[in-house]
Design a protein around this ligand. Structure first.
Ligand code: UD1
Ligand code: CA
Length: 451
């Protein structure tokens, strides 16, 4: 079994070109913070340790990292002195750790796990492996100087002469190297260069000076797309969505209008599910085989089981769990609620902090009044119940199995099983009232005119 991998994710960049108060790696891409993408690519390698290097003025970044992986170590790079200096900030957290390390960038979301695996495999031939790509516009990228299978050195664009600038094989920034050797080499890096920074890109030449080998694994340029501006972020979003749509179709999901559907990084949809037009997936959605989501739905943090039908125009928020064959119709919002098998909630309804037993029918315009201005309360509805249209369920409240609420009821007390709850004013019909009333009003109007 190969030795466990350590991940080092560099995310201390200021992201100046985003022109934002929000740290760059927190800007959302595919519904999740940018930094989650690099962490996700690394996660598939089942890393032994993950260290994320962040900047000193980056509120929320540590929390976002821990939201993805609570075991990740977050270290702060107080002075931003360059990529080698950033890697060294991870050294204390990786002291005594054996096995290979992979350096990733927090702002480079699309590196594939397969590519990282190829880099780790290449460590059997080289002490340092750098991920390179043929750049359409080499511009500001570091240039890879190769001789045969050897990477002799990397030249940063700022330090490159005309001949080196003509090289189109560029540095993505991703590096694989034995953890202890990586730290050793980074400690040897100096800063006598155009930027006055400690360049991680110096380590191939330093390794070779020790008689070790450095090499390149190549990938497509699309994989190494880095986000520096909002324009690049929007292009990355488009690229992600195009791939996610193609993958969903290939996985056997029907998308009736693929270009209008937006996925999150972690969206999971089973085979033969049908997704209508203009459906938006926030993070944390799983949909089982054969479920249907009709058009214009907004889904986040929810689970939709086999045979369930949702929408059009439904909103499922975090904690919405729909069992098999549940029907959720138009203008229905569901939050933190579990709907058992066969529940029907067809129209104009809000269910929050509720549980609904199997085969219960929720009438149009039902609202769980779950919030008293300070606290949230639960509504518990049994099985085979019938909630009449326009019922206000003032939580905390329970409706028993087989019970019914009359339309327009405000239900403030628990309803026993099989009982009917009527919580509304009794209707009174006043015979002939309207005609007499209108005559009176007309007389008043005529008298005013005559004045
Ligand atoms: C770097 C590479 C360059 C490569 C390019 C690919 C170096 C010296 N150059 O250049 O060869 O072609 O990436 O995009 O490595 N960071 C820190 N702390 C620092 C400096 C950087 O955490 O002190 C992080 C940044 O947040 C970013 C990454 O390292 O995620 C790269 O830094 P950046 O300044 O963007 O490097 P480039 O100049 O683009
Ligand atoms: Ca960059």
């Amino acid at each position: 079994m190969p030795a466990a991998v350590s991940l080092i994710v560099l995310a201390a960049g200021q992201g100046t070109r985003m022109n934002s108060d929000l740290p760059k790696v927190l800007h959302p891409l595919a519904g999740v913070p940018l930094v989650h993408h690099a962490l996700q690519a690394g996660r598939m390698l089942e890393p032994e340790r993950t260290v994320v290097v962040i900047g000193p003025d980056a509120p929320g970044v540590a929390a976002a990292v821990h939201a993805f992986d609570e075991d990740a170590t977050v270290v702060v790079q107080a002075d931003r002195l360059g990529t080698a200096h950033a890697v060294l900030q991870a050294a204390p957290a990786l002291a005594g750790v054996t096995g290979p390390a992979l350096v990733l960038y927090g702002d480079t979301p699309f590196v594939r796990t397969e590519t990282l695996e190829a880099m780790l495999a290449a460590l059997s031939r080289h002490a340092v492996v750098v991920l390179g790509f043929e750049a359409a516009e080499p511009g500001r990228y570091g240039r890879l100087v190769v001789e045969g299978d050897e990477l002799t050195r990397i030249v940063e664009a700022k330090d490159a002469g005309a001949a080196e600038r003509a090289i189109t094989l560029c540095n993505s920034g991703v590096v694989a190297c034995d953890t202890a050797l990586l730290m050793d080499l980074c400690g040897q890096v100096g800063n006598s260069n155009a930027a006055g920074e400690y360049y991680l890109t110096d380590i191939p030449a330093l390794a070779r000076a020790r008689g070790l080998s450095a090499g390149v694994v190549r990938c497509a340029e699309a994989e190494t797309l880095g986000i520096n501006t909002r324009a690049e972020l929007s292009l990355a979003e488009a690229a992600f969505q195009a791939r996610a749509r193609a993958m969903a179709l290939e996985d056997g999901v029907t998308l009736t209008a693929p270009e209008t559907v937006f996925f999150a990084l972690d969206t999971v949809i089973g085979r033969d599910a049908v997704i209508g037009p203009a459906v938006i997936f926030g993070p944390g959605v799983t949909i089982e085989s054969g479920a249907e989501v009709k058009g214009f739905c907004h889904l986040e943090g929810c689970h939709i089981s086999r045979g369930a039908v949702v929408g059009p125009f439904a909103r499922l928020r975090p904690g919405a769990e729909l069992a098999e064959d549940v029907h959720v119709g138009n203008f229905v919002e569901i939050k933190n609620s579990v709907l058992d098998q066969g529940v029907k909630v067809g129209h104009l309804t809000y269910l929050g902090d509720a549980t609904v037993g199997e085969h219960t029918n929720i009438g149009a315009g039902t609202v769980t009044c779950n919030y008293d201005g300070v606290m949230k309360h639960r509504t518990v509805i049994g099985r085979n119940a019938f909630i009449g249209s326009d019922t206000m369920l003032v939580a905390p409240v329970k409706v028993g199995d087989g019970a019914m609420t009359a339309s327009g009821s405000v239900v403030t007390m628990d309803v026993p099983p099989d009982a009917l709850a009527v919580g509304r004013a009794r209707q009174v019909n006043k015979a002939g009232f309207v005609a007499r009333f209108m005559d009176k009003l007309r007389a008043v109007k005529a008298a005013k005119k005559g004045q």
